[in-house]
Write a protein that binds this ligand. Sequence first.
Ligand SMILES: *Cc1c(COP(=O)(O)O)cnc(C)c1O
Length: 413
Amino acid sequence: MPALPPGRWRDAARATGLLAPDGTVAATVFAEMSALAARTGAINLGQGFPDVDGPSWVRRAAVDAIAPDAESGANQYPPGPGVPTLLDAVAAHQDRHYGIRLDPATQVLVTTGATEALAATVLALAGPGDDVVTLEPFYDAYAACIALAGARHLTVPLVRDPARPGAPLRLDLDALRAAVTDRTRIVLVNTPHNPTGTVLTRPELEAVADAARRHDAIVLTDEVYEHLVFDDAVHVPVATLPGMAERTLTVSSVGKSWSLTGWKVGWVTGPAELLTAVRTVKQFLTYVSGAPFQPAVARALGDDTFPRELAASLAARRDLLCEGLDAAGFAVSRPRGTYFVVADGSPLGFDDGADLCRRLPALAGVVGVPMSAFCTPGSPTAVALRSSVRFTFVKKEPVLREAVRRLAALRRA
Ligand SMILES: *Cc1c(COP(=O)(O)O)cnc(C)c1O
């Protein structure tokens, strides 16, 4: 077999902890844990995808758009920026929910999921010599994209408040002020936040906005969980903060809020000049995708009922899993949004989350993902969260009940 070739893929692998010192490349821990669940019959609370599909009327709209029995289907290349009905629907959605006014013709770009929107933006705007600042822990694709762009990745930790055990992690504001400098091209935030379930507060986001304005950086905000907030938490889009619309690119997608993660239809919105830069890169990554899905997503975006009901049912499922993890002996940080909860295994005597995850199927018939998968290898945040595991609660209630029943074995062990 030929040796693995050099190239920036190595930087992406290194940044995500996949490149071993001997030059071999590991599978992602997500794939490893899903394979472990499949092999052992453990309940997979690792990878975060719903086990119930999104609204049937939205799925029907996609079938109708393919039009298998007619010759009028949406089966050829759609327009580069996206189909007009979806551009209009995204603009209407931003206005209706947040009062953000956008010109659908110049300020909305449809992408292959949020992932492509994020990748195209980072590749368009950052390169060697530039810093991109993200929160830590972070969604693993961020580190990979930043490495592919050749930029430097700096992070701002989300930290536990010792005075409030069980509360969601909070942004370290001093670290934020230290990380953002004149070298910073992009501050990439994610709220509601995967993997912690933290919903950034208005003061936290104002600190981000303040740092970005002071150093003339662009804010790239990943809001794919925008509708999935619980209790009295409120999602504040960065673009609604004073003076921020002109320097913010907002990313979301249909996947999480409408339980259609496999459709990979996303969008990025913001100032026309910034979108021109992003669109130029997107043009040569995928050009376009999802022609029959786009009109169906346009219809989904007009309906607020499904995401609202999903958020309510997720809040109840969060309660179920958090109580079970707590009863099993984990220290739980109760999330205010998303699909995920972070549980610390150290009270149970586990100081290494990756090791715990590998043993969990045998110990309790459940699979999670270690928090180290969302950290820069060896970073202070990786150390602070070393004993923690992310579990998803976007599974049917009986599945979660069974998981909770099994997890109780840990306490007895
Ligand atoms: C799932 C997820 C994405 C990817 O969204 P797609 O639309 O599937 O590309 C991006 N960011 C975060 C934080 C996610 O959890």
